[in-house]
Design a protein. Structure first.
Ligand code: GAP
Length: 503
């Protein structure tokens, strides 16, 4: 799927046209990097959240859920390191007055060189048959030169990011002669750090308002409730606390639809273990989380791990699950072994003991933590882009179909009387009333049946139920399957059971 700009555009416009995602505040020309979930989008999103919640909280007896507040005591963000270090390096172009992330300007530059390599490979593949791509990449002088350039710049650039060398970043932007996409000029300001947290005031100004932050991650709400949950839930280590909720980041580069938003949702789980057992546990969750993704039936080649070589100062292992989005492999979920860093910091800043008494070892200790953290919106985009299909049928017509995993589909079954007369709508309504108790269904009697099937294909409904004249005689309806377009008849009495079995 990698680097398919056109496909990505089609997916974005499909999401809008068919009621999945709208730009926020659209009648006021929108608000950058903020989106609203529409009538089908919210169903799909809820199904993703339920699927995660079930697999984490319902299926694991030692994991419980919470729902902590978005506003939290401001010292929490001092303790977690977000006030001092949750920054992006920014640079402004003095002519266009536009602001950019310095690291993204350099990444874009590298991407352009990668595109040049891809073009060379594509050209050669057309010219030579058979074509050995690996051999071509390692021997073609131009490609080798480009690859060397990418490697050298990447090494210097990573070092600068690690050292927070802002002067070096500016010098590199100048050396690479990177221009502003708007003004075309190289008239840059210095690079400086920009904190990503949104701040606001709590309380009335007269009473002396305090600055609070919109949480940039849900995880801290779990850490500060560790003791409460452990005590009231009588939890025994190892145990986990899960949470789904909104997070806010003032992202400067926000141009990949719902991939990078300013207001988004996370599904996070912190697993508390005995010190020394964290790496075994990290390995376990790494495998479990990949199994969860694959259980949706999405092809394994769309996923890969990206193990971190350079670790954050509080982590002793970290990996990303990357997904092959239409713009290439990018982070979908992070799994981190965060040691006892967060709880220790909160002990220090709050002055409260955040310890666990282990009856088996008779020890009192700060547990170690393994975190799994996935963005709901990124998962939504992964599922949607994987499902989107435009195909030409045997009769030459085009069918746009969302091949969504059936359990995530917004509408599970569409109830379609063949015509709006002869008593068929009445039978269809009776079926609808029964099925909607257990399944999200949609009744539709407008337009020819073929058009109605296409509408359901476009929103990913796995089953269409058609009620025709024969139904009045044999008490049977036709089930039409979305993916195979196969049709078969079942009795109305067994319809509900047949459908429920399929989920
Ligand atoms: N508690 C750890 C944490 O927040 P992160 O890698 O910054 O780690 C975790 O974020 C996940 O949240 C990411 O893997 C991604 O799926 C999602 N995420 C992060 N920033 C996002 C944004 N601006 N828009 C949408 N999703 C985002």
């Amino acid at each position: 799927m990698a680097n398919n700009e056109n496909l990505f555009k089609q997916i974005i416009s499909h999401a809008k046209e068919y009621g999945f995602i709208f730009p926020s505040s659209e009648i006021y020309d929108g608000l950058a990097a903020v989106y609203d979930y529409a009538q089908y989008g919210v169903e799909l999103k809820n199904n993703i959240k339920n699927y995660w919640w079930k697999s984490m909280v319902q299926f694991n007896e030692n994991i419980v859920g919470i729902d902590s507040a978005i506003f939290m005591h401001p010292t929490i963000w001092k303790a977690s390191g977000h006030v001092d270090a949750f920054n992006d390096p920014l640079i402004d172009n003095k002519d266009s007055k536009k602001r950019y992330r310095a690291d993204v300007l350099i990444e874009d530059y590298l991407k352009k060189i990668e595109d040049k390599i891809d073009k060379e490979v594509e050209k050669a593949a057309k010219k030579f048959s058979p074509f050995d791509e690996q051999l071509f990449r390692s021997t073609n002088p131009r490609v080798v030169e480009y690859a060397k350039k990418i490697e050298t710049i990447t090494q210097r650039f990573s070092q600068m990011l690690n050292d927070e060398d802002l002067v070096g970043l500016k010098a590199l932007i100048e050396e690479l002669e990177i221009t502003c996409p708007i003004s075309g000029s190289r008239n840059w300001t210095d690079v400086r750090q920009f904190n990503l947290m949104f701040a606001t005031q709590i309380g009335s100004v007269a009473d002396g308002a305090d600055t609070v932050y919109l949480r940039p991650e849900t995880a801290q709400g779990i850490f500060v409730n560790f003791l409460n949950v452990y005590k009231t839930g009588r939890m025994k280590i190892p145990f986990g606390i899960a949470q789904i909720g909104k997070a806010f980041r003032n992202e400067i580069v926000a141009r990949q639809f719902i991939f990078r938003m300013r207001e988004f949702e996370q599904m996070e789980m912190q697993f508390f273990v005995r010190p020394g057992e964290e790496l075994k546990c990290f390995k376990y969750w790494k495998e479990e989380r990949m199994k969860w993704h694959l259980s949706l039936g999405i092809a394994p080649e769309h996923y890969r791990f990206h193990d971190h070589e350079k670790l954050a100062h509080y982590a002793n292992a970290a990996t990303d699950i990357e997904f092959d989005f239409p713009f290439g492999f990018k982070e979908l979920e992070g799994i981190h072994s965060r040691t006892d860093y967060d709880l220790s910091q909160h002990e220090k800043f709050s002055g409260k003991k955040l310890r666990y008494f282990d009856h088996e070892t008779n020890e009192n200790y700060i547990p170690y933590v393994v975190e799994t953290s996935i963005g709901v919106d990124r998962m939504f985009l992964a599922v949607l882009s994987n499902a989107f299909n435009s195909e030409i049928l045997e009769d030459g017509s085009e069918r746009v179909v969302l091949r969504l995993p059936a359990k995530l589909a917004p509408i599970k079954a569409a109830i379609l009387p063949l015509v709006k007369k002869d008593g068929l709508p009445e039978i269809a309504r009776e079926i609808m009333d029964v099925l909607k108790q257990d399944l999200m269904c949609q009744y539709d009697d407008k337009d020819a049946i073929g058009r109605r099937y296409r509408r359901q294909d476009a929103i990913g409904t796995p089953f269409c139920i058609t009620i025709d004249h024969q139904t009045k005689e044999d008490h049977c309806v036709t089930i039409r399957e979305r993916d195979s377009m196969q049709q078969y008849r079942v009795s109305i009495d067994t319809l509900k059971g047949t459908l429920i079995n399929k989920f």
